[in-house]
Design a binder for this molecule. Structure first.
Ligand code: SF4
Ligand code: SF4
Length: 232
Protein backbone atom coordinates (compact mmCIF):
# COMPACT_ATOMS: atom_id res chain seq x y z
CA UNK A 1 0.00 0.00 0.00
CA UNK A 2 1.35 3.44 -0.95
CA UNK A 3 1.90 5.66 2.08
CA UNK A 4 1.73 9.44 2.16
CA UNK A 5 4.62 11.72 3.09
CA UNK A 6 2.91 12.46 6.39
CA UNK A 7 2.87 8.78 7.25
CA UNK A 8 6.54 8.44 6.37
CA UNK A 9 7.40 11.42 8.55
CA UNK A 10 5.35 9.97 11.40
CA UNK A 11 7.17 6.66 11.03
CA UNK A 12 10.50 8.46 11.39
CA UNK A 13 9.35 10.51 14.37
CA UNK A 14 7.89 7.45 16.09
CA UNK A 15 11.20 5.61 15.83
CA UNK A 16 13.03 8.63 17.25
CA UNK A 17 10.55 9.36 20.04
CA UNK A 18 10.42 5.79 21.31
CA UNK A 19 14.19 5.84 21.99
CA UNK A 20 13.78 8.17 24.97
CA UNK A 21 16.68 10.25 26.15
CA UNK A 22 18.17 11.73 23.01
CA UNK A 23 17.88 14.72 20.70
CA UNK A 24 17.21 14.83 16.98
CA UNK A 25 16.90 17.39 14.22
CA UNK A 26 15.97 17.58 10.56
CA UNK A 27 17.96 19.67 8.11
CA UNK A 28 18.54 20.50 4.47
CA UNK A 29 22.18 19.74 3.65
CA UNK A 30 22.07 19.49 -0.14
CA UNK A 31 24.51 22.37 -0.48
CA UNK A 32 27.10 21.04 1.97
CA UNK A 33 27.22 17.28 1.39
CA UNK A 34 30.00 15.79 -0.76
CA UNK A 35 29.09 15.21 -4.43
CA UNK A 36 28.48 11.51 -3.90
CA UNK A 37 25.58 12.40 -1.55
CA UNK A 38 23.98 15.20 -3.62
CA UNK A 39 20.99 12.96 -4.33
CA UNK A 40 20.35 12.75 -0.56
CA UNK A 41 19.84 16.41 0.42
CA UNK A 42 18.04 15.95 3.75
CA UNK A 43 19.55 14.86 7.04
CA UNK A 44 18.22 13.33 10.21
CA UNK A 45 20.73 13.90 12.99
CA UNK A 46 20.40 12.07 16.27
CA UNK A 47 22.39 12.64 19.43
CA UNK A 48 22.66 10.39 22.48
CA UNK A 49 24.13 11.84 25.68
CA UNK A 50 27.10 10.34 27.45
CA UNK A 51 26.80 9.45 31.14
CA UNK A 52 27.47 12.64 33.20
CA UNK A 53 29.49 10.97 36.00
CA UNK A 54 31.64 9.16 33.46
CA UNK A 55 32.41 12.40 31.60
CA UNK A 56 33.05 14.23 34.91
CA UNK A 57 35.80 11.72 35.65
CA UNK A 58 37.85 12.38 32.52
CA UNK A 59 38.84 15.97 33.22
CA UNK A 60 42.48 14.78 33.43
CA UNK A 61 42.21 12.27 30.61
CA UNK A 62 40.20 9.26 29.45
CA UNK A 63 39.69 6.00 31.31
CA UNK A 64 38.25 2.59 30.48
CA UNK A 65 34.74 3.55 31.62
CA UNK A 66 34.72 6.48 29.20
CA UNK A 67 36.00 4.40 26.32
CA UNK A 68 33.38 1.73 27.00
CA UNK A 69 30.67 4.40 27.13
CA UNK A 70 31.95 5.97 23.90
CA UNK A 71 31.79 2.63 22.08
CA UNK A 72 28.43 1.69 23.58
CA UNK A 73 26.75 4.97 22.62
CA UNK A 74 28.23 4.74 19.12
CA UNK A 75 26.75 1.24 18.77
CA UNK A 76 23.33 2.44 19.91
CA UNK A 77 23.46 5.31 17.43
CA UNK A 78 24.36 3.01 14.58
CA UNK A 79 21.49 0.67 15.43
CA UNK A 80 19.01 3.55 15.36
CA UNK A 81 20.29 4.98 12.08
CA UNK A 82 20.13 1.54 10.47
CA UNK A 83 16.54 1.21 11.70
CA UNK A 84 15.70 4.62 10.24
CA UNK A 85 17.38 3.77 6.96
CA UNK A 86 15.41 0.53 6.64
CA UNK A 87 12.13 2.25 7.50
CA UNK A 88 12.69 5.03 4.97
CA UNK A 89 13.69 2.52 2.26
CA UNK A 90 10.54 0.51 2.90
CA UNK A 91 8.56 3.67 2.12
CA UNK A 92 10.25 3.93 -1.25
CA UNK A 93 12.86 6.61 -0.51
CA UNK A 94 16.63 6.49 -0.57
CA UNK A 95 18.55 6.64 2.68
CA UNK A 96 22.13 6.25 3.79
CA UNK A 97 23.29 5.87 7.39
CA UNK A 98 26.62 7.53 8.14
CA UNK A 99 28.35 5.61 10.94
CA UNK A 100 28.70 7.46 14.22
CA UNK A 101 32.48 7.15 14.30
CA UNK A 102 34.21 5.91 11.19
CA UNK A 103 37.25 7.57 9.69
CA UNK A 104 37.27 7.28 5.90
CA UNK A 105 39.87 9.93 5.08
CA UNK A 106 43.05 9.09 6.96
CA UNK A 107 45.00 12.00 5.53
CA UNK A 108 42.54 14.72 6.49
CA UNK A 109 41.29 12.78 9.53
CA UNK A 110 37.60 12.88 8.72
CA UNK A 111 34.60 10.72 7.95
CA UNK A 112 32.21 10.69 5.01
CA UNK A 113 30.29 13.73 6.24
CA UNK A 114 30.56 15.68 9.51
CA UNK A 115 27.56 14.90 11.70
CA UNK A 116 27.90 18.23 13.44
CA UNK A 117 27.34 20.16 10.20
CA UNK A 118 23.91 18.57 9.84
CA UNK A 119 23.30 18.93 13.58
CA UNK A 120 23.81 22.69 13.42
CA UNK A 121 21.53 22.98 10.39
CA UNK A 122 18.98 20.90 12.29
CA UNK A 123 18.97 23.32 15.23
CA UNK A 124 20.61 21.02 17.77
CA UNK A 125 23.27 23.48 18.86
CA UNK A 126 26.33 25.41 17.76
CA UNK A 127 29.94 24.57 17.00
CA UNK A 128 32.07 25.59 19.97
CA UNK A 129 35.62 26.87 19.96
CA UNK A 130 36.55 23.22 20.57
CA UNK A 131 35.08 22.32 17.16
CA UNK A 132 32.57 20.11 18.97
CA UNK A 133 28.80 20.41 18.63
CA UNK A 134 27.54 22.11 21.81
CA UNK A 135 23.90 21.39 22.62
CA UNK A 136 21.87 23.46 25.08
CA UNK A 137 20.76 20.36 26.98
CA UNK A 138 23.89 18.21 27.08
CA UNK A 139 26.66 20.58 26.02
CA UNK A 140 29.29 18.60 24.08
CA UNK A 141 28.57 15.47 26.17
CA UNK A 142 26.89 13.77 23.30
CA UNK A 143 27.60 11.45 20.40
CA UNK A 144 26.06 12.01 16.98
CA UNK A 145 24.95 10.08 13.96
CA UNK A 146 23.26 10.99 10.67
CA UNK A 147 20.92 9.53 8.09
CA UNK A 148 20.93 11.21 4.68
CA UNK A 149 17.81 10.80 2.58
CA UNK A 150 15.91 12.08 -0.42
CA UNK A 151 12.72 12.13 1.67
CA UNK A 152 11.76 15.79 1.98
CA UNK A 153 11.85 16.49 5.72
CA UNK A 154 10.31 19.47 7.46
CA UNK A 155 13.52 21.13 8.56
CA UNK A 156 14.22 22.74 11.92
CA UNK A 157 15.29 26.34 12.50
CA UNK A 158 19.00 26.94 13.00
CA UNK A 159 19.99 28.11 16.49
CA UNK A 160 21.10 31.69 15.85
CA UNK A 161 23.18 32.28 18.96
CA UNK A 162 26.59 30.95 19.87
CA UNK A 163 26.92 30.62 23.66
CA UNK A 164 30.70 30.23 23.91
CA UNK A 165 31.08 33.94 24.64
CA UNK A 166 34.40 34.77 26.30
CA UNK A 167 34.87 31.25 27.65
CA UNK A 168 38.06 29.50 26.58
CA UNK A 169 38.17 26.59 28.98
CA UNK A 170 38.61 24.05 26.19
CA UNK A 171 41.52 26.10 24.80
CA UNK A 172 43.19 26.25 28.19
CA UNK A 173 42.65 22.61 29.13
CA UNK A 174 43.61 20.92 25.86
CA UNK A 175 46.87 19.07 26.62
CA UNK A 176 47.86 19.13 22.95
CA UNK A 177 47.30 22.89 22.54
CA UNK A 178 45.22 21.89 19.53
CA UNK A 179 42.29 24.31 19.98
CA UNK A 180 42.90 27.69 18.39
CA UNK A 181 40.23 29.69 20.23
CA UNK A 182 38.25 31.17 17.36
CA UNK A 183 34.49 31.48 17.13
CA UNK A 184 32.89 29.20 14.55
CA UNK A 185 30.85 30.32 11.57
CA UNK A 186 29.57 28.21 8.70
CA UNK A 187 32.22 27.82 6.03
CA UNK A 188 35.12 28.52 8.41
CA UNK A 189 37.92 26.03 7.64
CA UNK A 190 38.31 23.43 10.38
CA UNK A 191 41.96 24.45 10.74
CA UNK A 192 40.80 27.82 12.03
CA UNK A 193 39.29 26.06 15.03
CA UNK A 194 41.45 23.06 15.73
CA UNK A 195 44.66 21.37 14.67
CA UNK A 196 43.25 17.87 14.21
CA UNK A 197 46.69 16.41 13.58
CA UNK A 198 47.90 17.64 16.98
CA UNK A 199 44.78 16.24 18.63
CA UNK A 200 45.19 12.92 16.85
CA UNK A 201 48.88 12.55 17.64
CA UNK A 202 48.21 13.38 21.30
CA UNK A 203 45.58 10.66 21.54
CA UNK A 204 47.72 8.06 19.78
CA UNK A 205 50.81 8.80 21.88
CA UNK A 206 49.12 9.20 25.24
CA UNK A 207 46.15 6.86 25.17
CA UNK A 208 47.25 3.84 23.11
CA UNK A 209 45.23 1.59 25.40
CA UNK A 210 42.14 3.13 23.79
CA UNK A 211 43.56 2.79 20.28
CA UNK A 212 44.11 6.55 20.13
CA UNK A 213 40.36 7.00 19.63
CA UNK A 214 39.45 9.11 22.64
CA UNK A 215 40.65 11.91 24.86
CA UNK A 216 37.57 13.86 25.90
CA UNK A 217 39.24 16.50 28.05
CA UNK A 218 37.66 19.29 25.99
CA UNK A 219 34.29 17.58 26.42
CA UNK A 220 34.64 17.43 30.20
CA UNK A 221 36.03 20.97 30.45
CA UNK A 222 33.12 22.69 28.72
CA UNK A 223 30.74 24.36 31.18
CA UNK A 224 27.75 23.60 28.99
CA UNK A 225 26.05 20.43 30.17
CA UNK A 226 28.50 19.99 33.04
CA UNK A 227 26.11 20.78 35.89
CA UNK A 228 23.24 18.64 34.70
CA UNK A 229 22.47 15.13 35.93
CA UNK A 230 20.14 14.24 33.08
CA UNK A 231 18.67 10.76 33.10
CA UNK A 232 20.46 8.34 30.78
S1 SF4 B 1 40.26 15.63 22.37
FE1 SF4 B 1 41.92 16.16 23.82
S2 SF4 B 1 43.69 16.61 22.53
FE2 SF4 B 1 41.89 16.69 21.21
S3 SF4 B 1 41.22 18.81 21.19
FE3 SF4 B 1 40.08 17.82 22.83
S4 SF4 B 1 41.31 18.14 24.69
FE4 SF4 B 1 42.63 18.55 22.90
S1 SF4 C 1 34.68 25.21 26.75
FE1 SF4 C 1 33.90 27.29 26.49
S2 SF4 C 1 34.83 28.02 24.57
FE2 SF4 C 1 35.06 25.79 24.61
S3 SF4 C 1 33.30 25.01 23.49
FE3 SF4 C 1 32.72 25.04 25.66
S4 SF4 C 1 31.73 27.06 25.96
FE4 SF4 C 1 32.84 27.15 24.02
Amino acid sequence: MQTTDVETLNDIINILEEKGNMVYGFAYVGDIVPDKFRHLPYAITIGIPLSPPIVNNIIAGPNQAYYDEYLSVNDRLDLITEQLKTQIAERGYLAYAIPSSKRTDFVNISGEFPHKAAAVRGGLGWIGKSSLLITRKYGPRIRLSTVLTDFRLQVNDVLEKNYCGKCKKCVDECPASAIVGNHWSEGLPRESLINVQSCDVWKINNYPQFNGHVCGICVAACPHGSNKQYNI
